[in-house]
Design a protein around this ligand. Structure first.
Ligand code: C2E
Ligand code: CA
Ligand code: CA
Length: 691
């Protein structure tokens, strides 16, 4: 097969051109050729590609050198062979130097074909090399563009730690000309900048794996910078071990991480650990106690009457108190102890490393709690005014992983509850009896809820009689008829119902049931005049919706409001007198009357009696009990009766158990009685009502 060849002949002599063509055909080429002989023609011909340019040297007005120059400028490295008569050696050398690829003399054209073959081969090799070079340049360009645009600080070092490459980011980050460091080691540049990672380059090279470190650097201006360094060993083209490195400044990221951490674990108001962090510290403290066999203490602290301060002085004042409390607590405790704010006005203090002996640890814990109470006892400055705040503290000890964190917190809480119940501004150490009481309370609370839901409550009625012993009314007394535990008396649950708020529903149920009973009696002329006195507790009366609720019940039931008496205790009147008075007035207007229960046991001034639109006062059982034997009680009772009468109030004595008591009370001017003498509290069907 003949080899196709596109030849551009630069030749003024047509015969010579024919000779050249013949020589080439003879040499095995399948020729396509064009002949030109001046610059214009050559330039035009070079618009298309040629396999080879064969050029004579001397032509009229044009030379081989001119042709060569034109070729090189218009078609780069197309093979150019000078085919000429004898030219001087000097010319030939000049041509070769100028880029001619070969020189064949016209009288030796037999050499042309092999020379051309070789030249074509070389040209292909050159083209391939050129392509490779271009690709390499292209790849380099891409690499640089890519690396310089990268947000990373990147570099490559050889195994001796000398820089081979760094990107623009590197120069920018370190404020130095990267090129200056090519061939140099890390040392001076980065050490000045204090940005030398914690693991050495050699360690990374030897490890053979990607190493990622986050390193902290203290800058000369006292700021701290964080750099994340990713380094990886790799093998270069010639087999040398190299180290690549990507670094990025993560200082800002760290800062936001820190903010998030603070948000997650610190209370924003006081800057103290929050509940989550406290729980974490508690686990840690338990572990320390287990190891050291020394007791620690968990203190729950609650500000007394904080809610009142918040309500009366506003939330800003409340926040200020909390902040100052946090500061006092932190300042007063040792560094290894934890002070946390776990919500509202609740603080938790974890004290570690007390003592190995239980009693000594308990004493130490109590002493610290006393100290804290003292710290908080100093007046607080609020908007230029002094305020006093007190706190209650519950303490629970732990040692040797006992008890677990949940139980421990429960214990501290129970102790705190007891401290609060014990009159506030005080501390209480958890003891197991406390827990038993709480457990009983919890069971009782569940019983109350269940009782309300399943109608386990019943109203017992106790007779109230006049001087002749005639039934004039009853007092309604609550009982819980528990399916398993039997009849439960109100002393066991009224206080709890008040604390839990269940008293609202329970109290309404009692009024409803009493009203239903009044309705039943109203149809029987013998009973239609009987009154029912229902006890109302302070919590109920304090409820803003109390008046509306009672009126709703009474009116809804159709009972005669004149037959309903509500019994209030004296203590009730101590708080919010004006509010209570307006409620009494509102209900009285609808016919409902009020009796003041347990009279004489409270501290209320008798002058209240004047302001209260009462119907009756009820002399407390305790006076009745001793009225015969205790002369001072007799004096008090006589005074009470006289006073009541002077205000136009009716008087009833409760707890009358003997005829002697009844007679004596009669002699003092009392004309109504209630007590075991006339009947115990009983279910309605056992009540001795007039036939
Ligand atoms: P209270 O209002 O002082 O009720 C009188 C209590 O004295 C009743 O006890 C009654 O059984 C008892 N008692 C009556 N006569 C005698 C007597 O001759 N001798 C003695 N030693 N005791 C007598 P109870 O039923 O156990 O009620 C205790 C307290 O529970 C009541 O005291 C009242 O404060 C409260 N309570 C009862 N039912 C209700 C209610 O529906 N609502 C509210 N808020 N409290 C209630
Ligand atoms: Ca009563
Ligand atoms: Ca009473």
């Amino acid at each position: 097969m003949r080899q196709p060849l596109k030849v551009l002949l630069v030749e003024d002599c047509e015969d010579d051109a024919a000779l050249v063509e013949r020589a080439l055909r003879k040499g095995g080429f399948d020729l396509t050729s064009t002949r030109v002989h001046d610059a214009v023609m050559l330039a035009a011909a070079l618009a298309q590609p040629w396999d080879v340019v064969l050029s004579d040297f001397s032509m009229p007005g044009f030379s081989g050198m001119d042709a060569l120059m034109l070729c090189r400028s218009l078609q780069g490295d197309v093979p150019f062979i000078l085919v000429s008569g004898t030219v001087g050696e000097e010319t030939a050398v000049a041509m070769m130097k100028a880029g001619a690829n070969d020189y064949v003399m016209k009288h030796n054209l037999a050499r042309l074909a092999p020379a051309l073959q070789r030249e074509l081969h070389d040209a292909r090799a050159r083209a391939s090399l050129r392509r490779t070079e271009l690709e390499l340049i292209d790849s380099e360009k891409r690499f640089h563009a890519f690396m310089d645009a990268s947000p990373f600080v990147a570099s490559i070092k050889d195994h001796a730690g000398c820089y081979l490459y760094m990107n623009k980011g590197w120069s920018t980050a370190f404020g130095v000309q990267g090129e200056q460091w090519i061939g140099k080691t890390d040392g001076p540049a980065r050490r000045n900048l204090r940005i030398v990672p914690s693991a050495s380059d050699l360690e990374v090279l030897d490890s053979g794996t990607i190493t990622e470190t986050i390193d902290e650097f203290h800058l000369p201006n006292a700021d701290v910078a964080y750099w994340q360094n990713t380094r990886f060993p790799f093998i270069g083209a010639s087999g040398q071990r190299l180290l690549g490195e990507f670094s990025t400044d993560v200082t800002a990221l760290k800062a936001s991480e820190e903010t998030i951490r603070k948000l997650a674990f610190l209370d924003p108001l006081t800057g103290l650990p929050n509940r989550r962090l406290m729980q974490d510290r508690l686990l840690h403290a338990l572990a320390v106690a287990a190891r050291s066999k020394r007791y620690g203490a968990l203190l729950f602290l609650d500000l007394d009457n904080f809610k009142t301060l918040n309500d009366t002085h506003g939330h800003d004042a409340g926040d200020e108190i909390l902040k100052q409390t946090g500061q006092r607590l932190s300042a007063g405790m040792r560094a290894q102890d934890t002070v946390a704010r776990t919500g509202g006005d609740e603080f938790v203090i974890i004290i570690e490393q007390l003592d190995c002996v239980t009693e000594a640890a308990a004493d130490a814990g109590a002493a610290i709690a006393r100290k804290i109470i003292g710290l908080l006892d100093a007046p607080y400055m609020l908007n230029g005014n002094l305020h006093r705040m007190s706190a209650s503290i519950g303490i629970a000890l732990f040692c040797d992983n006992q008890p677990g964190p949940d139980e421990l917190m429960k214990r501290a809480d129970i102790a705190l509850y007891s401290a609060k119940a014990g009159g506030r501004n005080t501390q209480m150490m958890f003891d197991p009896a406390m827990q038993a009481r709480i457990a009983m309370r919890n069971t009782m609370e569940a019983d109350l809820r269940l009782g309300l839901e399943h109608r386990h409550f019943v109203l017992y009625f106790q007779a109230q009689v006049d001087h002749a012993g005639t039934l004039i009314g009853v007092e309604a007394l609550l009982r819980l008829q528990h399916p398993d535990k039997g009849l439960i008396m109100p002393a066991a649950f009224i206080g709890l119902a008040e604390d839990t708020g269940l008293i609202h529903d329970l109290g309404c149920w009692a009024i409803e049931t009493a009203c239903a009973q009044l309705c039943t009696w109203s149809t029987d002329p013998a009973c239609a005049q009987l009154t029912i006195a229902v006890n109302v507790s302070a919590r109920q009366m304090g409820d803003a919706g109390f008046v509306a609720r009672v009126l709703g019940i009474v009116e809804g039931s159709g009972a005669n409001p004149h037959c309903l008496i509500l019994e209030l205790t004296e203590s009730l009147l101590l708080d919010e007198v004006d509010c209570t008075i307006s409620k009494i007035i509102a209900l009285r207007r609808r016919g409902i009357r009020f009796s003041l229960d347990d009279f004489g046991t409270g501290f209320s001034s008798l002058s209240y009696l004047k302001r209260l639109p009462l119907y009756e006062i009820k002399i407390d059982r305790s006076f009745v009990q001793d009225v015969i034997n205790d002369t001072s009680d007799a004096v008090i009772v006589r005074a009470i009766i006289a006073l009541a009468h002077s205000f136009g109030l009716s008087v009833i004595a409760e707890g009358v158990e003997t005829l002697a008591q009844r007679d004596f009370l009669t002699s003092l001017g009392c004309s109504r009685f209630q007590g075991y003498l006339f009947g115990r509290p009983v279910p309605v069907d056992m009540l001795d009502v007039p036939a």
